[in-house]
Design a protein around this ligand. Structure first.
Ligand SMILES: Cc1cc2nc3c(=O)[nH]c(=O)nc-3n(C[C@H](O)[C@H](O)[C@H](O)COP(=O)(O)O)c2cc1C
Length: 194
């Protein structure tokens, strides 16, 4: 089983890279022979704005754009996701929304957790994400970390408050459990339906 830590900003000098690295550091304690974590940087995929005629949910992964295909193949590798998301204009960042819109079956029925940051911790973006991922029947987890842009991200990288260690461990415990349970469940359903 694999869990992706998606670094969700594509901006130059993005804070999402610092936050994703911090999540990855803490994830080591939750990995074992059956479960690994990997940072996936959206910025590495140069994903175009979705302008193809085909709707991803109806294409059965047969995308025509190579970057969309590569992004889909990467996301398909994982059984669960921790999304590191900024908040732009009180909502989800457009590039990351486009990255969700560009795929469909790859996300379906899997667990997802959010780590956000912003002036108010990015919580408005996370609440919007919960509505969006409902369309993929994803299981969005209650536990989050909402980092303060001004208190924790204004220096060189991330300087987390002391309580954040416990918060990210709660997120990791939750996504680890949900990923194990839901992966087993999907496999059981597939064998019943085979
Ligand atoms: C277009 C844009 C809109 C923003 N709007 C908000 C906002 O509504 N709320 C907020 O807390 N921060 C906002 N910010 C500040 C971001 O939280 C901050 O720039 C953060 O570092 C962005 O994440 P990134 O560096 O990973 O892209 C905005 C930044 C940008 C670029």
């Amino acid at each position: 089983m694999k869990i992706a830590i998606i670094s969700g900003s594509i901006r130059e000098g993005r804070n999402s890279a610092h936050v994703a690295s911090w999540v990855e550091e803490h994830s080591a304690a939750f990995a074992d022979a059956d479960l690994s974590f990997e940072v996936v940087a959206l910025a590495d995929y140069s994903l175009p704005l979705l302008d193809a005629a085909g709707v991803p949910g109806a294409l059965n992964r047969a995308y025509t754009h190579p970057a969309q295909l590569a992004w889909g193949q990467k996301i398909d590798e994982f059984d669960g996701y921790i999304v590191v998301t900024p908040e732009y204009n009180h909502g989800v960042p457009g590039a990351l929304k486009n990255a969700f819109d560009s795929l469909a079956p790859e996300w379906m029925g899997k667990p997802i957790a959010f780590v956000s940051y912003g002036a108010d911790g990015g919580v408005r973006a996370v609440e919007q994400w919960r509505q969006i991922v409902a369309n993929f029947d994803m299981y969005d987890l209650r536990a989050t970390v909402a980092l303060s842009l001004f208190q924790e991200l204004m220096g060189e990288g991330l300087d987390p408050l002391e309580r954040r260690a416990a918060e990210i461990e709660a997120v990791l415990a939750s996504i680890t459990t949900a990923t194990r349970v839901m992966t087993l469940g999907r496999a059981a359903l597939a064998s019943v339906n085979a």
